[in-house]
Write a protein that binds this ligand. Structure first.
Ligand SMILES: Cc1ncc(COP(=O)(O)O)c(C=O)c1O
Length: 442
């Protein structure tokens, strides 16, 4: 597609005219901060990464004073929106009592109890600081519990940036065919992907075949139970049930990576939403509501290996009181009245998602949406995708042009089609966003 769609060139110029403060800061940063950003994916922002000054509720403000309705939400953590008063107050209170102890304190078991009371697979939990780290604990635990070396993952799924998981995340069709069944590493310097098997998402036969060939080597199957990182592709009917059944049959563990879906799709995460309980589940993002926190939740028979130290789980800042103060306050908000915020989150998100699709279709764009209200995906393509390979047909450039036009209209979204909603977004915000989308669509 050319840049004529959504008047992309004009939109880029208009954004550049009002974001001079971001340009000068980005130029300065690039002199000493590698690439000018702190996480590689942020470089994809158009026309360039913006610099932000503050955020309140559903809105974020850049250094030039432009306000945006925010649906990027820091790539997902801000389930309660920016600077939620209860979270800020809890963190402030804790900061005055000490930044970190490297030792035990009451918030640890208070948050652990709160988590165990809502997460279906959680007899016990342990803490770390990022999703990438906690996924490694889960995989190690599964290897220890089964005495097997391999794990099975799915194409398009993201489980952090460690060598052991950063494979076949966003491969092109050419790369997939060239690799003929082998995992595709994402960047340079990664160790050879020896310990993993990769299967297509929603490929029932592929999973069966992998277990037929390697059943006695597979320690675990890990997935994003809704494929939020690539198109928000739902599991096909019966697919999570197959994963549950086949792992039980072969003595392997089922791991749900709930870093995105946890405390977002449902109070009980994807486990509650889909009614399938894994052996282990990983959480980050929403569980800390913006503070660095990740969690491994699991059944006692496995978590006992962490409890007695046979599986090493360590970290200087693990369980730090500032993050746990944030999590405690956030969990109180999210669990109030048995998770009454979730139906509202779904209702508002669905109104937004359906409204955007309607606006784009009224301009004759082929567009589909996938996911649920709290996290959904808009893709420019003719038919809904079921697998990552089908989703590759989506026109990413066209979406990126639309995202640029939205930015010019005061709506911040991620560049890849994913939208996050927070409890701070009101019905008025949704209507204002749809009005902005009307103008952006032209
Ligand atoms: C499903 C999933 N797992 C793991 C991670 C890694 O988390 P982190 O960026 O906190 O290391 C991410 C990050 O986006 C994710 O989406």
């Amino acid at each position: 597609m050319s840049t004529e769609h959504f008047r992309a060139d004009e939109r880029a110029q208009s954004v550049m005219n009002k974001t001079a403060g971001s340009v000068s800061r980005y130029d300065r940063a690039r002199r000493t901060l590698a690439g000018g950003v702190s996480s590689g994916l942020r470089r994809a922002a158009r026309p360039y990464p913006l610099y932000f000054d503050h955020g309140v509720g559903s809105r974020i403000c850049d250094v030039d004073g432009n306000h945006y309705l925010d649906y990027a939400l820091a790539w997902g953590p801000l389930i309660l929106g920016h600077a939620h008063p209860a979270v800020v107050e809890a963190m402030e209170r804790q900061v005055r009592r000490g930044l970190t102890f490297g030792a035990q304190h009451e918030l640890e078991y208070e948050v652990a109890e709160a988590l165990a009371s809502v997460i279906p697979c959680a007899d016990a939990v342990c803490f770390a600081n990022s999703g990438t780290e906690i996924v490694q604990v889960a995989l190690r635990l599964a290897r220890a519990a089964t005495q097997r070396p391999k794990y099975l993952k799915f194409e398009g799924h993201y489980h952090g940036w460690d060598d052991t998981v950063l494979v076949s995340y966003r491969p092109t069709l050419d790369q997939i065919h060239l690799a003929s069944g082998r995992p595709v590493p994402v960047g340079l310097g990664q160790l050879p992907p020896e310990s993993m098997l990769v299967v297509e998402w929603n490929d029932f036969d592929g999973v069966e075949a992998a277990f037929r060939a390697h059943g006695d080597e597979i320690a675990s199957v890990m997935c994003e139970p809704m494929l939020c990182n690539s198109g928000c592709l739902a599991p096909a009917e019966g697919f999570l049930e197959l994963l549950r059944e086949i792992t039980l049959r072969h003595g392997a563990l089922l791991i749900f990576d709930e870093v995105i879906t946890g405390f977002r799709l449902d109070l009980k995460g994807a486990q509650g939403y889909y009614g399938v309980t894994p052996d282990l589940a990983t959480y980050a993002k929403a569980v800390g509501a913006g503070a660095p926190l990740s969690v491994l939740a699991g059944k006692s028979e496995y978590m006992n290996l962490v409890a007695d130290g046979r599986v090493v789980h360590a970290g200087t800042l693990n369980g730090n009181p500032i993050s746990l103060a944030a999590a405690k306050a956030a969990l109180e908000e999210l669990t109030r009245d048995a998770g009454a915020v979730y139906p509202e989150l779904h209702r508002r998100g669905e109104r937004l998602r359906d409204g955007i699709v309607e606006i784009l279709r009224s301009r004759s764009y082929p567009v589909v949406s996938a996911g649920a209200g709290p996290v959904f995906h808009i893709s420019f393509m003719e038919r809904p995708a079921r697998t990552y390979r089908e989703w590759l047909e989506a026109d990413q450039k066209l979406y990126s042009d639309f995202a640029l036009a939205l930015l010019d209209e005061g709506v911040l979204v991620l560049p890849d089609g994913r939208w996050y909603l927070s409890t701070a977004h009101t019905d008025e915000d949704i209507e204002a966003t749809l009005a902005a989308a009307e103008r952006a669509a032209g």
